[in-house]
Design a protein around this ligand. Sequence first.
Ligand code: UD1
Ligand code: BG6
Length: 702
Amino acid sequence: MCGIFGYVNYLVEKNRGEILSTLLEGLKRLEYRGYDSSGLAIDGDKPNEVFIEKAVGKVKELEKLVNSQNLDTSKVFESHSAIAHTRWATHGAPSPLNAHPHRSDPTHEFVIVHNGIVTNFRELKALLMSKGFVFETETDTECIAKLCKYVYELNKHRNLDFSQLAKLVLVELQGAYGLLIKSVHYPGEVIATRKGSPLLIGVKTDKKLKMDFVDVEFPDITVEAVSTTDTLPNPSLLQVANNGLLNPLMGSDLRHSQSRAFMSEDGVPMPAEFFIASDASSVVEHTKKVLFLEDDDIAHIYDGELHIHRVRRQDGQSTTRSIQTLEMELNEIMKGNYDHFMQKEIFEQPESVINTMRGRIDFDTKTVTLGGLSAYIQTIRRSRRIIMVACGTSYHSCLATRTIIEELTEIPIVVELASDFLDRRSPVFRDDTCVFVSQSGETADSMLALQYCNERGALTVGIVNTVGSSISRQTHCGVHINAGPEIGVASTKAYTSQYIALVMMALALSDDSISKTARRHEIIDGLAKISSQIKTVLQLDDKIKQMVTSELVSQKSLLLLGRGYQFATALEGALKIKEISYMHSEGVLAGELKHGVLALVDEDLPIIVLATKDSLFPKVVSSVEQVIARKGNPILICNEGEHPVSRPADKSLRTLEVPATVDCLQGVLNVIPLQLMSYWLAVLNGHNVDYPRNLAKSVTVE
Ligand code: UD1
Ligand code: BG6
């Protein structure tokens, strides 16, 4: 998915070479999000000059391009603003032209990088073309750069500062954005703003900041719409303009306001560096002090200060943004001794599940306390139903835990794919609890579904990995799964941690039920052992690699059968396999086998059956028999010593034996052989495990 990185230095001398390597390193840290092209914009050799470099492919292609340009890398800038981007194509194919930054005109008066989608770009483009602007790309983003110049020209006589200009531009945009704007008219300055797309600003100063927050600046006079009838002839845009274009703050002197946090004791300007990014991974190596922007915040960085503006004040809205200290270490997001992030994350699971439970489960007293839910437990218990909403792997963790949540809480549960839930405009009521499960906390479909449920007055709960993410902040309450950063596009440790967080939620919700005590204790005892059992399952790695090498690597298709708790495991295993090995793979409900899928079964089709012991085991055994009767030769994931088919003729059956746990937790163990299988299928086929083609880690577009 697209990534943004910006760098501003003020009274901190940096030569062009240093600035370029800061930008390129910043982009490399964002690579894991998935992208197809990248670009950057820096100051040129003369005033009012901006260099833009863009390339298709990995950031190293951009690096090669930059190196080939013979730029004067020794040129020193005392103050400078630079912006950079990794693009994941939505409007327009990956190409140097469509890559960001985009420009307002051939002289680069305004250059911008953008994450998200401008939904009214066609209208804006039509207007701007009628004003003589020549568009050169197929992107929605280009219209923002051109709109900046258009609005700048219209208001030239007003001497607007950069944030005032940005307000006039942003009010015209519909859709979602994380946006950085740089302009020759405002040298050394940057505007950073967001709506529905994450953006944070890292701050680095030699001296300690005076405050650990930044004040939000609101207009101090009523902001009124101005008529621009005479300038905007397009009727639909006229409407937008009349309702939208704001009267800039004539006479107000915001430029002279000083940010309390950045005010130095002696009044002398303080040297400062700012790192602006869509993701903390590119900032932590420079500074741990970060500020997360909120939707509609307009951050204006100039003269070593960070100002946050908003167009209007709203009741109940915070008037400050805190500068937080990020705990995340860079080595947390590095590969360690593993060949791939995905492999590292699979093998991290014994620790990540412990981190999910740490401080929350007391295994002696058999109690579960979720700090993030405690004030809301009663409300959730009283809800008419629980709607679980998610996408991809996160959706599977909902499916995997639905039964146990329903069993323990006795509240009806609906599990929804976020996109389908939104497409159906499904009814939501004030007495519903809506649970949003997301690793990134930024998935656009899940975010939109969250906003939809918030608007309808339901209680919203997040089960999220990324602290500070949009879903984490916009839900009423929730649980951070604390799995640590997940970088491989194929989600692994987040799945097992989401699974456990959801089981813990069910345990916390049912701790007032005496009749459920024995069941709850059984599950808590199961959780106590889960980490060491995961370690045991991981020992299957060599066997799985061999199995993949000898019989699966060149197959075209693979079926996974499961039922009950293990249906979700089958779906998740199939998703892992198709995501990174590009092999067709399907998770099938074993009970549905005879209703169609059996037609595919022969001696050649690889089939994996999830056949661990639970109440449905006899039915699974029957499915295995049906497969064998059609000459199928399934691989069985079963419990140690609990081979589902024991007749001598079936000796050739291959098994992957996993330890037994409580039925509702067995999916945590069963999914791991499938994660490893997908990993080896991808590696042995020579595919890029961490960055599979066409996929992104964080899908921030609908
Ligand atoms: C919190 C602290 C943790 C500390 C512990 C000590 C954070 C992020 N966590 O953990 O560092 O060790 O207290 O008691 O500061 N939330 C949402 N939506 C979500 C996820 C969370 O609104 O999707 C809210 C929760 O309701 C809660 C807050 O974020 O108010 C933190 O959640 P969580 O980290 O799960 O809480 P604790 O486990 O109590
Ligand atoms: C993307 C990822 O498609 O989004 C998947 O590639 C992920 O791995 C899905 O499961 C949902 O993401 P999230 O962050 O909301 O859990």
